[in-house]
Design a binder for this molecule. Structure first.
Ligand code: URP
Ligand code: ZN
Ligand code: ZN
Length: 474
């Protein structure tokens, strides 16, 4: 028998069950789950009065993203460590092609940043910013050899990342051959671009104009458009960071013709709103992201969308910039780098604001933070659940600890918190990643580079049973 850990007396919570049990971990895997297990092991952890969740999966992060003339301030090392502190044991980051360059070049670059540095496990989506005959020819190997089975398009960021509809359709057709998902940032980039030019020519340059120039209709239109493109060709689709009622209604309408659309929202869109853009001076820049925060009615629609099964994952879109970086847009909102920090707070906030306030059940919490992402992105049941044979990625969570979120105490490499001063109940106590204790009683003990690259299986719901019989291994 290899290295063993026994977790005793905890309450195990998965996306479907909640029960008292002990968990035996051997090497990297969960070996046995049962009542009153009694084995001689290397370590025993008492989890009395604590929940045992599967390690969180954040399917949307941007570590060290080169963007808008600067780089997201968390490296793979700092950002994934912050993730572990908050109970996230796997991230899916975006390797983004530069226009005119190959997908392979982007992927090599992202591996260079992550390999040997990340402390939690990681996979990649591929961001396609230039779909042409060369890119098309790369899709097969990226899927089948590299295990990257989701390709992202940006319908916004005109002149930088945005692609046109013809490219999206071409990418959908090619991806589908290999069971890959197209995933999409939905905003009408031309509409936004026109509104930004108009605001600037009228001398409207403060942070609030970021919000005013990216209206709900721009997201609703683009969401409906890509859903229609996917429907026309019978292609699978995942929408990232959906923020608003209008876009959600396009998803809802698609269900009436039996179209399944996978939807992600982010914790900030559930908890924060556009009133923050009225903060004094340049303060509103802290929440400049795309799409922007929305209105109260949109937050309500998203919580309801979760209950209705229309929203499947809660991510972060973690893409932090320090205040001196935000200040690049001091005199022009369109130059403020887009993105906010959040990886460390996602699970604790969703637990405190969602579970404890009666908006979602404990099982739903696990589904939203871990299981659904694992299933959609082809790493289930290796990740995303607590079951014999799965990776021993485990969060021991104390539901009673109250704490205050602050940039003074967080581990994200960002000099502000989007949730400064929020009082939260429930805290990650101990985290195990592939059988190693990486956070114990709130303190990290993990070697730089411990995180492992995870190759993913194709998106194909028909294959789910096969995957259960034959776990996906990197
Ligand atoms: O503002 C955001 N969301 N920044 C990161 C890039 C993206 O659009 O996901
Ligand atoms: Zn985006
Ligand atoms: Zn993003």
């Amino acid at each position: 028998m290899g290295k063993t850990i026994l977790i005793k007396n905890g309450t195990v919570v998965t996306a479907t069950d909640k029960y008292q049990a002990d968990i035996l971990i051997e090497e990297e895997k969960i070996k046995t789950i049962g009542k009153s297990l009694d084995y001689p092991t290397d370590r025993i952890i008492d989890a009395k009065d604590k929940y045992i969740f599967p390690g969180g999966i954040d399917p949307h992060t941007h570590m060290e993203l080169p963007f808008m003339g600067t780089f997201a301030s968390d490296t793979f090392e700092t950002g994934t460590l912050a993730g572990l502190y908050g109970g996230t044991t796997t991230i899916i980051d975006f390797a983004i092609q530069s226009q005119g360059e190959s997908l392979r070049k982007a992927l090599d670059l992202w591996h260079k940043k992550a390999d040997g540095n990340a402390v939690c496990d990681y996979a990649f989506h591929m961001g396609v910013t230039d779909f042409n005959k060369n890119t098309k020819a790369e899709i097969k190997n990226i899927c089948l050899q590299d295990g990257i089975t989701s390709f992202k398009v940006f319908m916004a960021y005109k002149g930088a990342l945005m692609v046109d509809d013809r490219q999206i359709i071409g990418l959908m057709k090619e991806s589908r051959k290999y069971g890959a998902l197209v995933i999409s940032h939905c905003e009408n980039g031309d509409m936004v671009d026109e509104l930004v030019s108009e605001a600037k020519s009228n001398g409207n340059l403060s942070p609030r104009y970021h919000y005013l120039t990216r209206p709900e209709i721009a997201e609703t239109e683009a969401t409906g458009r890509i859903i229609d493109m996917a429907y026309q060709g019978n292609h699978p689709l995942y929408i990232v960071h959906l923020t608003c009622e209008g876009a959600l209604n396009r998803v809802r309408e698609a269900t009436k013709r039996n179209q399944k659309v996978n939807v992600e929202t982010c914790i900030q869109y559930l908890l924060l709103d556009e009133s923050l853009y009225e903060s004094p001076g340049f303060e509103g820049s802290k929440w400049i992201m795309s799409p922007p925060l929305r209105k109260e009615k949109d937050r309500i629609a998203l919580w309801e969308g979760i209950k209705q099964g229309l929203v499947h994952t809660v991510a972060t879109d973690h893409c932090p910039f320090c205040m001196n970086q935000k200040e690049m847009g001091k005199n022009d909102f369109s130059k403020i780098p887009n993105g906010i920090p959040g990886i460390e707070n996602r699970m604790e906030l969703l637990f405190s604001e969602g579970v404890l306030k009666g908006k979602i059940s404990l099982n739903k919490f696990v589904e939203l933070t871990s299981t659904a992402a694992a299933k959609i992105f082809g790493i289930f049941p290796k990740k995303g659940t607590i079951a014999p044979g799965s990776d021993a990625d485990i969060v021991i969570f104390d539901p009673n600890i109250k704490h205050i979120i602050s940039s003074k105490t967080h581990h994200q490499n960002c000099d502000y918190s989007a949730y400064e001063g929020w009082s939260v109940t429930g805290k990650t106590n101990t985290v195990i990643l592939r059988g190693n204790i990486v956070i114990e009683n709130g303190k990290a003990s993990v070697q730089k580079g411990y995180g492992k690259y995870i190759a993913r299986a194709p998106y194909n719901t028909e294959l789910t049973e096969e995957r259960i019989k034959q776990p996906v291994h990197a």
